[in-house]
Design a protein around this ligand. Structure first.
Ligand SMILES: NC(=O)c1ccc[n+]([C@@H]2O[C@H](COP(=O)([O-])OP(=O)(O)OC[C@H]3O[C@@H](n4cnc5c(N)ncnc54)[C@H](O)[C@@H]3O)[C@@H](O)[C@H]2O)c1
Length: 246
């Protein structure tokens, strides 16, 4: 294949112990990247990296709490020090809390915003000193259909954070264009992962008549992380089976 090869690229994927993050890490690794599996669940990250390595892929695990700027900075410094390059960042880590508007508390608001929005901000800010050392970097942010449509089962804090990710992606796209770094955003719809397993979303409300999978999102992450998307920046890609047509 002439395009899409990631041999020699170093890719950091946040929240990749499972779900969309792990599926994305696997696809990027299958395309040749060294994938840095990072998660607040350190054991889960180790297990995920081990699974990829046992499939002859290149992976390494790190503990990361995206809500801690110190943890984020330490990760970026360590990865660059050992790998001498950071080419791809996937801001995927997230938490879902269904607290309703009348029940919202400052603590719940702050916790969700800290992981789902501030996390992507500081990962992006602290990767840039390394990613800007050469052109061709890629940042992929995972937002949500909730950020476009107001959210169904998700709380207002989740919805606001994901709307924020869409805007953050455009702001970074504008800033990073001068470095030939592409920044794009993905809005998954109703996906079946551990995050949503207890929700019993009805596939019949989706035009394609099925819930999405982690792999459905990972395929778009792969597209946006490779040279297939070299002239795309600041875009939002919907992965929702046709639920939100615009
Ligand atoms: N599943 C869906 O229906 C859906 C829909 C739209 C958007 N999304 C978004 O996709 C992303 C991945 O979701 P998923 O369905 O794979 O969820 P998931 O719960 O399976 O995976 C999320 C991962 O993030 C990790 N994580 C949580 N807090 C963290 C922190 N502070 N620092 C680092 N890692 C942390 C978790 O340990 C977990 O491994 C999230 O941003 C989510 O909001 C999911």
């Amino acid at each position: 294949m002439r395009y899409g090869n990631l041999d020699g690229k170093i890719a950091i994927i946040t929240g990749s112990a499972r779900g969309i993050g792990l599926a994305s890490a696997r696809l990027l690794a299958e395309a040749g990247a060294v994938v840095i599996i990072t998660d607040i669940n350190a054991e889960g990250a180790q297990a995920a990296a081990k699974e990829l390595v046992s499939a002859s892929l290149k992976a390494e695990a790190f503990h990361l709490d995206v809500s801690s700027e110190a943890s984020v900075k330490k990760l970026m410094d360590q990865v660059y020090e050992s790998r001498k390059s950071i080419d791809i960042l996937v801001n995927n880590a997230g938490i879902l809390d269904p607290t309703s508007i009348p029940e919202m508390t400052q603590e719940k608001w702050d916790q969700t915003l800290a992981v789902n929005l501030r996390g992507a901000q500081f990962c992006s800010q602290h990767v840039l000193p390394y990613m800007t050392k050469k052109p061709g970097g890629k940042i992929v942010n995972i937002a949500s259909q909730a950020g476009q449509l107001g959210g169904f089962a998700a709380g207002v804090h989740y919805t606001a954070a994901k709307g924020g990710i869409i805007a953050l992606s455009k702001a970074y796209a504008r800033y990073c264009a001068r470095f030939q770094i592409n920044v794009n955003c993905i809005c998954p719809g109703f996906m079946l992962t551990d995050m949503t397993r207890d929700r019993n979303d009805d596939p019949q409300i989706v035009p394609l008549k099925r819930l999405g999978t982690a792999l459905d999102v990972a395929k778009a992450v792969y597209f946006l992380a490779t040279d297939f998307s070299d002239y795309i920046t600041g875009a939002t890609i919907d992965i929702n089976g046709g639920f939100y047509l615009r």
